[in-house]
Write a protein that binds this ligand. Structure first.
Ligand code: MN
Length: 232
């Protein structure tokens, strides 16, 4: 049998030092830094982390100019550590099992239509249009774990600058669920697979982006995630 339309191209993310990482799915965690939960009007003690997804073709290579999305007046940046999985697994129990799934990590941005998210929270509706829109997941090159060990991230800071001004600066150690804990929790809900990406949440300091803004996200020694916002 042949395809009745052209099959879509596989989404890929470049790997530092060479190669392409094929993207199967994009999982994201929200409310994973207490100071960000607070700035959004919540309380991390009573508001546990939540999972949501983006389509695989939302990834955008670092250096791109991203068009200002349709249907929003309030596009926000959320600088995040991204974890790339090389192996699958389900119902994982230990940090060692979770760690064995990791291919590498990257700096990324969970672009958000904040107006849609606020409306969805108010209505108790889904977050898809707030989070899963076109070009909503810009990412830097993935650093392999042997070059950029996850353990070394305990002391690493996530830095987001917009037009050169630092707006997010937080140690990754302030995550509520650590990277292995996120993988364990996700594996209780989904059978994880090679090619899955996980956006691990954003710290405080998120804000609006406008046409012409230049964003850079830096995490430790990982390749930077850079992009700019173009016209709609
Ligand atoms: Mn986020």
């Amino acid at each position: 049998m042949t395809y009745v339309i052209d099959p879509p191209l596989m989404s890929v993310v470049p790997v530092h030092g060479g190669g392409l990482f094929p993207v199967r799915r994009i999982f994201c965690i929200g409310k994973n830094y207490a100071d960000h939960v607070q700035e959004m009007g919540g309380d991390a003690k009573s508001d546990p982390p939540v999972f949501f997804t983006k389509p695989a073709d939302a990834v955008v290579e670092s250096g791109a100019c991203i068009p200002y999305p349709m249907a929003t007046d309030n596009l926000h940046f959320e600088g995040e550590l991204v974890v790339a999985l090389q192996r699958g697994g389900r119902a994982l129990a230990t940090r060692e099992q979770a760690g064995a799934l990791i291919f590498g990590t990257a700096a990324g941005c969970d672009l958000t239509r904040r107006d849609h998210q606020a409306a969805a929270k108010k209505a108790g509706g889904p977050w898809d249009t707030a989070k899963g829109f076109d070009h909503s997941a810009p990412m830097g090159e993935i650093g392999r774990t042997q070059d950029f060990l996850p353990d070394s991230f305990d002391d690493a800071h996530l830095l987001t600058t917009v037009n050169g001004e630092t707006l997010q600066d937080a140690p990754l150690s302030t995550m509520i669920w650590s990277v292995p804990e996120i993988i364990i929790e996700l594996s209780k809900l989904f059978e994880l697979c090679p090619g899955d990406l996980i956006f691990t949440g954003t710290p405080a300091g998120v804000g609006a982006l406008n046409e012409g803004d230049r964003v850079a996200i830096k995490i430790g020694g990982l390749p930077e995630c850079r992009f700019s916002i173009g016209g709609s």
